[in-house]
Design a binder for this molecule. Structure first.
Ligand code: FMN
Length: 212
C-alpha cells in the first residue's frame, strides 16, 4: 500500500485537518502496517504558468522540451505520484465555503486533458484507475445541512472534479465548528473519530486494501 497525503492547510502539520487526516492514515496503517506514507505540501505549489495554460487549451502537448519545464513538468510529477498511490488522503480546511487555494492549485496541476482525462463524445472521461480517496475536512462553522449551516461548495465540487479524472471512490470525514470553542471542538473531534472507527477500513485488512 502506498498512501499519498496532500496537506492543504496554511497551518501544515499543526492544522486540524492534518490532525484528522492522521486518524485516517493510522487506520490505513493498522490495516497494512508496512504501507508507505508520502506527504505532499500543496501550499508550496506554484500557480500554473503560461506554457501550461497554453498547452491545456491547445490540440496537442508540446514536444520541443517545454513539456518537461515549469508547471508542465511539475504537473507530470504530481500526476505520477497520484498514479503511484494506492490510497489518497486529502487534508483540507474549508475556505470561503469551498477548497482552499492550495488544493485548487493541486487540482489545476493534476486535472489535465490528454493525461488524466480525455475529451470524448460522451464528455470528459477520467483516465486514472480508481482508488480510495479519503478527504479530512476542518471548518470553522457547520456545513452539514442543519438550520444554521452554511453552503457547501467543497464536497460536491471535490467529488465532481476527482470523478472527472477517474477517482470516484471518495469518502469525506469532517471536524466542523472549530471556531465554536473548546467543548464544541472536543465533541466534533469525537464525532469524526467515531465515524472513522466505523468505516470498513478500521475493521481489519479490507479485501481491497489487502490486495493493494
Ligand atoms: C481564508 C479563510 C477562509 C475561511 N472560510 C471559512 C468558511 O467559509 N467556512 C468555515 O466554516 N470556516 C472557514 N474558515 C475557518 C477554517 O475552516 C477553520 O479555522 C478550520 O478549522 C481550519 O482548519 P485547519 O486547521 O486545517 O487549517 C476560513 C479560514 C480561513 C483562513
Amino acid at each position: 500500500m502506498n498512501i499519498l497525503r496532500i496537506i492543504c492547510s496554511p497551518r501544515g502539520r499543526a492544522s486540524e485537518s492534518y490532525r484528522l487526516s492522521q486518524t485516517v492514515v493510522d487506520q490505513l496503517l493498522a490495516a497494512a502496517p508496512s504501507a508507505a506514507v508520502v506527504d505532499m505540501d500543496a501550499t508550496s505549489l506554484p500557480l500554473v504558468d503560461t506554457d501550461y495554460a497554453a498547452t491545456l487549451s491547445a490540440r496537442q502537448d508540446p514536444t520541443d522540451g517545454r513539456q518537461n519545464r515549469g508547471t508542465l513538468g511539475r504537473s507530470s510529477d504530481l500526476i505520477q505520484s497520484l498514479q503511484d498511490a494506492t490510497h489518497i488522503v486529502i487534508a483540507t480546511p474549508m475556505h470561503n465555503f469551498t477548497v482552499p487555494a492550495s488544493l485548487k492549485t493541486w487540482i489545476d496541476h493534476v486535472v489535465r486533458v490528454r493525461s488524466t482525462f480525455q475529451i470524448t463524445a460522451r464528455g470528459k472521461e477520467g483516465s486514472l484507475q480508481d482508488r480510495p480517496v479519503y478527504v479530512a475536512i476542518s471548518s470553522g462553522g457547520d456545513f452539514g445541512g442543519g438550520a444554521d449551516s452554511q453552503p457547501d461548495f467543497l464536497t460536491p465540487y471535490l467529488r465532481h472534479v476527482l470523478g472527472t479524472i477517474g477517482l470516484r471512490n471518495v469518502t469525506f470525514f469532517s471536524v466542523q465548528g472549530t471556531a465554536r470553542g473548546a467543548d464544541a471542538l472536543h465533541e466534533a473531534r469525537a464525532r469524526a473519530q467515531s465515524e472513522i472507527a466505523a468505516h470498513p477500513f478500521a475493521a481489519g485488512p479490507h479485501p481491497e486494501l489487502a490486495a493493494a
